[in-house]
Design a protein around this ligand. Structure first.
Ligand SMILES: [Zn+2]
Length: 233
């Protein structure tokens, strides 16, 4: 009785808000309210055949992917943009973990967890990481790892140079910018392994494409990708 009263008191004084819509959370809700959870724009790409998966099609002729997965559709000014902003700029790293756990559990229900040996987040340059305090892709990898029961490693793939901001560049320039910046630091860890590379958001796909190419060249037997959200073209 008392702990519940105490919890209610704290909720009254310091209300927890939904990280997607900012409404006050009800008792029993954590991070994201029930309404948002029901209404988030899920892609369900994992339920589609490869030829019908628009994300998979974007990588055709570039790099071979086993699975092309994204939990949510990125829509500007909506809940997903708000979630990603909280994750990236407000230090709400639990968002990545929670969404990773939910998505991992859903993929596991479909048996897709059987297709991965290792999860690798897209690395941030260490200076950027130091500034932000964490890598938002690590938190998604950590959540997916628990939902899929597949280990993850933040040390296998490394970013070698500091890249300029991507926002002012066109696709070709972005590709040049990222093509040389990833290297496999621990090749022995990935040789012959089926790797899932994960990132928070996919816009042009150039960053993930570069990571996939580097991982395949280093000896992975197959590579898949998963993001929290992807922008449709
Ligand atoms: Zn909400």
């Amino acid at each position: 009785m008392l702990p519940t009263l105490l919890a209610d008191f704290f909720t009254l004084v310091f209300p927890q808000t939904c990280l997607a819509c900012s409404d006050t959370l009800a008792r029993g809700e954590t991070h994201i309210c029930t309404l948002c959870r029901a209404q988030l724009p899920y892609t369900d790409y994992h339920k589609l055949a490869e030829k019908d998966n628009p994300l998979a099609r974007r990588f055709w002729g570039k790099v071979p992917l086993h699975h092309a997965l994204s939990y949510l559709r990125f829509l500007r000014h909506g809940r997903v943009q708000h979630l990603l902003h909280q994750l990236k700029y407000q230090g709400q790293r639990e968002i990545g973990e929670v969404l990773g756990r939910w998505y991992g559990a859903e993929l596991t229900q479909q048996g897709i967890n059987q297709d991965f040996d290792l999860i690798i987040p897209v690395p941030l340059h260490r200076r950027k990481r130091a500034k932000r305090g964490f890598n938002q892709s690590d938190s998604f990898a950590e959540g997916l790892s628990s939902g899929l029961s597949v280990p993850w490693s933040a040390t296998t793939l490394r970013r070698t140079e500091h890249t300029d901001s991507q926002t002012q560049k066109n696709r070709a320039q972005r590709w040049q910018n990222v093509a040389t910046v990833f290297e496999v630091a621990e090749p022995e860890v990935i040789i012959g392994k089926r790797v899932l590379v994960v990132d928070d958001v996919l816009t042009t796909g150039a960053t993930l494409e570069a990571c996939v190419a580097v991982l395949l060249a280093a000896g992975c037997s197959q590579v898949s990708i998963a993001t929290i959200a992807c922008a449709e073209q």
